[in-house]
Design a protein around this ligand. Structure first.
Ligand SMILES: [Zn+2]
Length: 305
């Protein structure tokens, strides 16, 4: 993308947007809690901030999904929560995205892989599209003798194209799938917060889920469905009708994955059971009412138009 023509003007409009979101959030917070003065609560940790926090950089624009995955600013969150997610989740979300793109045959970023053939293993970079697989053997960290032996074998293989030649490839990107899934769960929650607001966020089941993102023992597997496990639309919010055992709950799809979030009913023990059932029955069709994807901090339940 080319840089903006008037960077000064862009900077100014970002400042304006942050202030507008702060004011909107502060007004929305009053609809759910008794607060003195103008306070915005971070949707992740729920700590309150005055508008001075904007100028001090303590309240920041949170990109959903992360900027490196094409996300846009959607909410304000505190710098601490924003940075923590960056460190804990973002690189794993990028690695998962590269894998999913590779598996679909869509070249995006090259992925780090291990190539095993002729009884030795090489670290390689691979890039695939629907017709070709390009493997770069020049990766550092390989024993030069191994690499030369592989090249010699490959050269022979290319001269005898009818001879059978087998190799195995596996991902070598140190992806922490649990961290990637937690990152997607966090992004989905922020979409729901941007759309619905504090009335949604203070729901005990939702709070518990957001708090558990910080717990190392928490597993987000049942909440996050990856591309390949289901066919997924881009940027879609659904309030579920079918299956009936998940009725009223929320599905948020980002194209490459979809996330299930609790609805806004009273605490519902069957939600977790419903997710487990959905995981066991991957053919289950999901239907519901489509809700408009938020363009920014809309907080619709707190601030009805
Ligand atoms: Zn926070």
């Amino acid at each position: 993308m080319s840089p903006p023509e008037y960077p000064g003007a862009t900077l100014k409009s970002n400042v304006h947007r942050r202030k507008a979101w702060f004011d909107r959030g502060a007004r929305a917070l009053k609809s759910v809690a008794a607060v003195d003065g103008e306070i915005y609560a971070c949707p992740i940790c729920f700590r309150g901030f005055s508008s001075d926090a904007l100028g001090q950089g303590l309240l920041t624009e949170d990109h959903v999904p992360p900027e490196s995955l094409g996300g846009r600013p959607l909410v304000l969150s505190c710098r601490e929560c924003n940075n923590r997610a960056g460190h804990a989740f973002e690189s794993h979300m990028e690695k998962l995205d590269a894998r999913l793109a590779f598996n679909r045959g869509q070249p995006r970023r090259p992925v780090r892989m291990k190539l095993r053939a002729w009884e030795s293993t090489l670290r390689v970079m691979a890039r695939g599209d629907d017709k070709t697989l390009t493997i770069d053997l020049g990766e550092r960290g390989n024993n030069p003798a191994d690499r030369d032996a592989h090249l010699k074998h490959l050269d022979e293989a290319s001269r005898f194209p009818l001879r059978k030649f087998e190799f195995q490839m596996s991902f070598d990107d140190q992806l922490d799938m649990g961290a990637a899934r937690k990152g997607w769960l966090r992004s989905a929650y922020l979409v729901a917060f941007a759309a619905f607001g504090y009335h949604y966020a203070i729901h005990p089941q939702v709070r518990r889920l957001v708090e558990s993102l910080q717990e190392s023992g928490f597993r987000a597997d049942n909440y996050v469905f990856l591309d390949g496990e289901a066919s997924l639309p881009a940027n879609q919010i659904l309030i579920l009708k079918d299956p009936t055992w998940l009725e009223g709950h929320i599905s948020i799809s980002f194209g490459r994955c979809a996330i299930m979030l609790p609805g806004r009913r009273t605490p519902d023990p069957t939600f977790e059971q419903g997710l487990a059932r959905l995981r066991d029955n991957s053919e289950t069709a999901i239907h519901g009412r489509i809700i408009k994807w938020p363009r920014g901090l809309e907080l619709r339940l707190d601030l009805p138009d």
